[in-house]
Design a protein around this ligand. Structure first.
Ligand code: BDP
Length: 487
């Protein structure tokens, strides 16, 4: 439901007549589709979705629908890969076309539209002298023009913006163009009042401006791949993206985020439907990488959010997902997934599959919140010491930490749900992060307040936003802005 699909209706369409295209959307949840959940039949006959995850399960069509006509001989796909050579770079490309009869011509244009290089063939290399690199928060985009030519006629043409940059993990560092980057930013949602999850340029523009204002450089597309416009925007703005597949809710509990956060057992990978789920999961990873592989902003793929990870079955399941994902990305980006509290250093059977480790932690909220925050810090440091003892020599990123905060709720001393407490909580978390040099990033939960299912845990949605749902700052936004100015 979060990735594009194509339906070829060449055979059924009536040329010259009025045609009706009817699309039926279904938001029923199950344990053999992603994201996971179930349905409940009410006594009055109504059927409702019961998510195993903490965001509203919107229905209907939220993304653009395009009617496309293509020539018989057409460009189907392309990918690029980069190598830096001093101040120059090589762009290796591969093009897939539907037929082989004509010439493929590829032209690289700079941001002003001047031709940099041209090459022929479906697979070749373009050399770029004095390259303008795509840098974090200082993007530079080239235009890649692909043409199928027959004699002097252009049979098909496709243009895409590309950013020349490399990504590599080296020990505990994340390197972009061989330079270390500390990730600063947010877990987000596609969510806005009245619009739900529908993509809207004004909302996206506001979100990027707010993120830039806080000095952020990264976000995670929690918990599903977003509309592609988000990625193009990030390409332009020089934001890094952890691109996440909709593998969320892989615990059998409608409140797994709360239950697991408190150490509750949440078995999942032992049922008959698991092989079916695995197939769907691998397929969605495939579609996500296929769609997003050419965006310079995408620097890593996240293959899950907070699944059950403590059983051998969980390990075997994810080993297959990772193995499959590793075969798909031409740029061989790092792979990861977000781990919740139960995935402790001694218990987790999945972290070893990840190129860098992402932790979602709520010490001071779901664990020892409010007046107990001093204990929360001790527990947090204890867990971090246990990770440190493992000497994994990989970067650790916090992909979630935060408190529900009612905007305008002020209390001294800070109590849970107040703006003062959100600051106190962040200060404690930052002190812990700064004590471990393998911590290489912090993405708070969440950028903005968002809609969820109703229930006793949520007051008209999740209020962990640093911004309100209307995208106005809570006090803690200033705390982040100040910290990230120099971090
Ligand atoms: C985490 C989930 C996220 C929730 C968050 C929370 O990954 O989707 O919204 O907790 O409780 O467990 O706010």
């Amino acid at each position: 439901g979060f990735l594009p699909f194509v339906i070829d209706f060449t055979e059924t369409v009536h040329p010259g007549a009025v045609n009706h295209l009817v699309i039926k959307a279904n938001n029923e949840l199950s344990e053999s589709t992603l994201p996971c959940g179930t349905v409940k039949d009410l006594q009055n006959g109504r059927r409702i979705a019961t998510p195993y995850f903490d965001f509203f399960n919107y229905a209907g069509i939220h993304r653009s629908v395009f009617l496309v006509t293509k020539p018989k001989e057409c460009i189907i796909d392309f990918d690029t890969n980069y190598e830096l050579k001093g101040s120059d770079a090589e762009v290796r490309y591969k093009i897939i076309t539907s037929q082989d009869s004509s010439r493929v011509v590829v032209t690289l244009l700079d941001a002003q539209g001047y031709q940099v290089q041209q090459a022929e063939g479906k697979e070749n290399t373009l050399s770029v002298e004095q390259v303008h690199l795509w840098r974090v928060r200082k993007a530079y985009l080239y235009n890649l023009k692909i043409q199928i030519q027959n004699e002097n006629e252009i049979v098909d043409e496709y243009e895409a913006k590309i950013g020349i940059r490399t990504i590599r993990i080296d020990g505990t560092k994340i390197l972009v163009n061989e330079e270390p980057v500390y990730l600063k930013g947010f877990g987000k949602h596609e969510d806005f009042d009245l619009l739900g999850r529908a993509f809207n340029y004004s909302v996206a523009k506001r979100d990027f401006e707010c993120m830039k204002w806080t000095n952020a450089n990264c976000f995670r597309t929690s918990h599903y791949p977003y509309a592609e416009e988000w990625y193009s925007f990030a390409d332009e703005e020089g934001f890094l993206i952890i691109d996440e597949v909709p593998a969320v809710g892989m615990m059998r509990s409608t409140r797994n985020f709360a239950k697991a956060g408190q150490g509750g057992f949440t078995a999942f990978f032992q049922t008959d439907t698991v092989p079916q789920l695995l197939k769907k999961h691998c397929h969605q990873v495939e579609e996500m990488i296929q769609r997003d592989k050419n965006h310079p902003s995408v620097f890593a793929f996240s293959l899950f959010n907070e699944p059950e990870t403590t059983s051998k079955e969980a390990h075997d399941y994810f080993a297959k997902v990772f193995e499959h994902a590793r075969s798909l990305d031409p740029q061989k980006r790092p792979l990861t997934g977000a781990l919740e509290k139960n995935s402790a250093p001694e218990l987790c059977q999945v972290y070893m599959l990840c190129d860098f480790i992402c932790l979602n932690r709520y010490y001071g909220w779901y664990i020892s919140g409010g007046a107990e925050i001093a204990d929360a810090e001790i527990k947090f440091r204890d867990e971090m010491d246990r990770w440190a003892e493992k000497r994994l020599n990989v970067p650790f990123i916090f992909t979630e930490f935060g408190t529900d905060t009612l905007t305008g709720q002020h209390n001294l001393p800070g109590i849970m749900w107040s703006e003062e407490y959100q600051q106190e909580y962040y200060d404690m978390n930052f002190a812990v992060f700064d004590s471990y040099d393998f911590v290489q990033g912090e993405l708070t939960w969440n950028f903005a307040d968002f809609a969820t299912s109703e229930g006793v845990m949520r007051v008209n949605g999740n209020k962990k936003g640093v911004f309100t749902r209307e995208r106005q700052p809570k006090t803690s936004a200033y705390v982040l802005k100040k910290r990230w100015e120099t971090k």
